[in-house]
Design a protein around this ligand. Structure first.
Ligand code: GZL
Ligand code: ZN
Length: 339
């Protein structure tokens, strides 16, 4: 009998042991799975985006979010709703959360030194994208990836120069100048400053061109409309509109058509971004030149963030590919833009 009891208790102990082992193995497996999940979860990236002011911006955000999802990167996304102070708060929360990498689109060039110093003190590398920053200590961020706004502005200037190059001979005698209106992007943003500078670089040696009106529409369609109402009231003889983004251009076109004007014919229009509606307007002859500013940078951004998380270096400056679409091109070849 005793032997029998001993046998049962031994079996019981083995059972308990098996349960414990299963539990540990299970837990172990579970533990392995948990650590595996943590590994599979990949790095954590804090992404501070400006807002959703244009089709370009919303596509840019989507591009980053989709790339992060594809590569198993955890993205902590913040929409600053066009306010720098919101971006600084977001960066501070990323630091507190101890993300692996910070990626941000600086709405304007200045005012980032302190918060980037805090990121560096926390040992968190920073990738700047889309817009550039001016900081005392360039080592406060690892690198930049985005578009070349100076080149975009130069391409706009070259198009205007080329469009009017033979114009002077046809000037009726009292017309001395080719009058340009500029719809400026966000004040203090590197892309608006770059586009304005590039445009002026090209035309500065051609005094027959003059900018008679330049105001910021903050890259917003609604403000593009409002500025057009104003400059059409103020000026009779406008030859060109140079607009820093398609959103403002589309607002201005609406105001022109309300006044019976024919955009693209009565007034030459050159615009930047190349969102679908601008390509459609190019096909309809309502704009004459669309300069691409490529928002599809998500996969490059995430790859660079992964490199930074792994302690690797990245290029200091990286520009993405961009095209220029002219009214004289075979416009049927342009792929759907997606934004
Ligand atoms: C350009 C980007 C600009 C776009 C606008 O790189 O920062 O901001 O041209 C967007 O459409 O609002
Ligand atoms: Zn000239």
């Amino acid at each position: 009998m005793f032997h029998k009891i001993k046998q049962i208790s031994k079996q019981f102990h083995i059972l308990i042991l098996i349960i414990i082992i299963c539990c540990f193995v299970g837990c172990g497996a579970q533990k392995k799975n948990v650590s595996q999940i943590e590994e599979d979860d990949g790095i954590i990236v804090g992404f501070s985006q400006i807002g959703a002011e244009s089709a370009w911006r919303t596509y840019n955000t989507r591009s980053v979010q989709e790339a992060a999802a594809e590569r198993g990167v955890q993205l902590v996304y913040d929409n600053a709703e066009q306010k720098q102070e919101n971006q600084i708060k977001a960066l501070r929360s990323f630091i507190a959360y101890q993300v692996d990498v910070i990626v941000f689109v600086p709405i304007v060039t200045d005012g980032w030194d302190n918060v980037l110093q805090e990121a560096r003190d926390a040992g968190i590398p920073v990738l700047v994208t889309d817009r550039k920053i001016d900081v005392e200590d360039q080592s406060l961020y690892a690198g930049f990836i985005g578009t070349d706004s100076l080149k975009e502005g130069r391409n706009a200037g070259l198009f205007v120069l080329d469009t009017f190059k033979n114009e002077r001979e046809h000037f009726d005698n009292d017309k001395e100048y080719i009058n340009i209106v500029e719809l400026f992007g966000t004040e203090g943003s590197s892309v608006a400053l770059g586009r304005a500078e590039g445009f002026r670089d090209v035309l500065e040696t051609h005094p027959e061109f003059r900018i008679i009106y330049s105001k910021s529409g903050d890259f917003l369609r609604s403000k593009g409309y409002e500025l057009a109402v104003e400059f059409l009231e103020m000026h009779e003889d406008i030859d060109v509109i140079f607009s820093h983004n398609d959103g403002m251009t589309l607002g201005a076109i609406e105001a022109m058509e309300e006044r019976g004007l024919h955009p693209g014919t009565d007034i030459v229009i050159v615009t930047i971004d190349a969102q679908q509606e601008a390509i459609d307007a190019l096909r309809e002859g309502k704009v004459n030149c669309v300069i691409e500013c490529n928002p599809k940078t998500g996969s490059e951004i995430i790859k660079l963030a992964e490199k930074l998380a792994a302690g690797e270096n990245i290029p200091r400056i990286q520009y993405v590919h961009e095209e220029v679409f002219y009214e004289t091109d075979d416009l049927s070849l342009i792929e759907p833009r997606g934004y």
